[in-house]
Design a protein around this ligand. Structure first.
Ligand code: PLP
Ligand code: COI
Length: 340
């Protein structure tokens, strides 16, 4: 490490910190330029950019982890590259070549290496790739030009409790339409979630639970994370729906629950009036990691899972497997870890 950064590594939250370098590449006349690292964190774009008016943009989120031996791990960046390509295709944006996506991430992480929280602090370097439509367009049509950029920042826990359970409230709003853009990681879904999220936090909940937009009977998402539950007979259940963001963490937990914990795993409907099936529940995602759910408020009902103060034993084992793999302490399934 060349430079030193003076941060309270053990108490990082999830907020923007300007680090030294970001990667940027421009798409013009049908092709991407070579891309470069730059120090300027301000984008200068046309007022008629489609990203500003019509939400033509997509983003990703993944993390770099400092291991005990000083090396740096990326967790399944190829999966983020693939999902990003799908999101871009959904919004008629050009694909950024998937191998270049991973290489560019490694370049930015290396350039900002001194911003990676030290091993043992629980922090990690959050990586935010994004693409926006730019140029002069006022009709509702795809942009002529695009910017792809990646910036990074050190982060700690996303939901305040970390591994301490917190509670969520069922929202009356939808974050996405049944055959809309829920499965794509695009800004519009998050814009739609701001008001429900604010209302949930005002009532002291960590965030809201979104039900399926068609029938409002089944759990879809937990704020910016997927839902999972552990049934009384030790099955790992997570909702399946075309309007859920296909969480890379969730698919990793499905695999770990089955192959490491020997559980029966299922993507299935999770009805909001049948929460009694579950002994434990959690939210999972890159930012959320695994955040145990203490309870869910649904109208007048408050359903408590394992405990309002303690993480349940299965959630704890899943957490230890997942986080152990991410920080290089537990053997990873083939292809899950890429060294920077
Ligand atoms: N659901 C939503 C709405 C999200 O924003 C995220 C975050 O990326 C997730 C789920 C979790 O996905 P992943 O595990 O790939 O980070
Ligand atoms: C992530 O987990 O990477 C996310 O994108 C959540 C984020 C919207 C805060």
């Amino acid at each position: 490490m060349t430079k030193k950064v003076d941060l309270d590594w053990n108490n990082l939250g999830f907020s923007y910190i300007k680090t030294d370098y970001r990667y940027i590449s421009y798409y013009k006349d049908g092709e991407w330029d070579n891309g470069a690292l730059v120090e300027d964190n301000v984008l200068h774009i046309s007022e008629a950019s489609t990203a500003l008016h019509y939400g033509q943009q997509a983003f990703e989120g993944l993390k770099a982890y400092r291991c005990k031996d000083g090396s740096i791990n990326l967790f399944r960046p190829d999966q983020n590259a693939a999902r990003f390509a799908r999101s871009c295709t959904r919004l008629l944006m050009p694909e950024f070549p998937q191998e270049r996506f991973v290489e560019a991430i490694k370049e930015v992480v290396r350039a900002n290496e001194h911003w990676i929280p030290p091993y043992g602090t629980g922090g990690s370097l959050y990586i935010r790739p994004l693409m926006i439509g730019v140029g002069d367009t006022i009709g509702v049509s795809p942009a002529p030009e695009y910017i792809f950029t990646i910036f990074v920042m050190p982060v700690g826990a996303y939901f305040k409790g970390g591994l301490t359970p917190t509670s969520f409230v069922v929202s009356e709003y939808d974050r996405a339409a049944p055959v809309g853009t829920g499965a794509a990681k695009v800004g519009g879904n998050y814009a739609a979630s701001l008001l429900p999220g604010k209302e949930a936090k005002k009532r002291q909940f960590s965030d809201c639970i979104y039900l399926d937009p068609l029938t409002h009977t089944k759990i879809e998402e937990v704020g910016a994370a997927n839902f999972f539950g552990i049934t009384k007979d030790n099955q790992f259940i997570t909702p399946y729906s075309p309007s859920i963001l296909p969480s890379i963490t969730k698919y990793s937990l499905l695999w770990l629950a089955e192959h490491r914990l020997g559980m029966v795993v299922k993507e299935a409907d999770v009805f909001i009036d049948k929460l009694d099936e579950f002994t434990e529940a959690g939210a999972c995602g890159t930012a959320a990691v695994i955040s145990p759910i203490a309870g869910i408020q649904n109208g007048e009902d408050f359903h408590v899972f394992y405990s309002e103060t303690e993480v349940g034993p299965v959630t704890r084992r899943l957490y230890d497997e997942l986080v152990g793999i991410q920080y290089g302490n537990v053997e990873a399934p083939e292809g899950w870890i890429q060294k920077v």
